[in-house]
Design a protein around this ligand. Structure first.
Ligand SMILES: [Zn+2]
Length: 85
C-alpha cells in the first residue's frame, strides 16, 4: 500500500502549507511581485564559447536568480495557466 500524499507542500520561505488552488495562486503572485531579478535578462560571455550567462540575483532574498520562491511561484502559475506570467 502506498500512503496517500500529504495534503500540503513545502513552500520556499514559507514552510509547510496546506493551500487551496486559489491560495496557491495568490501566494505565487505575491512572491513574484516581491522576488525580482536585479539585472538584465542575459549577459553574453565575451569568450568562446559564446554562452549566454545569467548572473542575476534576486533583489529580495539575494539568491541566484531564479531564487527558490520565484521558481516555485512560476511553476504554480505555469501549472494553473499553462504559462508563466
Ligand atoms: Zn528571491
Amino acid at each position: 500500500m502506498v500512503p496517500p500524499p500529504p495534503p500540503g507542500e513545502v513552500v520556499p520561505s514559507y514552510g509547510y502549507l496546506v493551500l487551496t488552488p486559489g491560495e496557491r495562486l495568490t501566494l505565487a503572485g505575491h512572491m513574484l511581485a516581491t522576488h525580482q531579478p536585479d539585472g538584465p535578462v542575459v549577459r553574453v560571455g565575451l569568450a568562446w564559447p559564446f554562452i549566454a550567462i545569467s548572473d542575476r540575483r534576486c533583489t529580495w532574498c539575494r539568491n541566484a536568480w531564479p531564487c527558490n520562491p520565484a521558481s516555485w511561484a512560476e511553476s504554480v502559475q505555469f501549472t494553473a495557466y499553462g504559462w508563466a506570467l
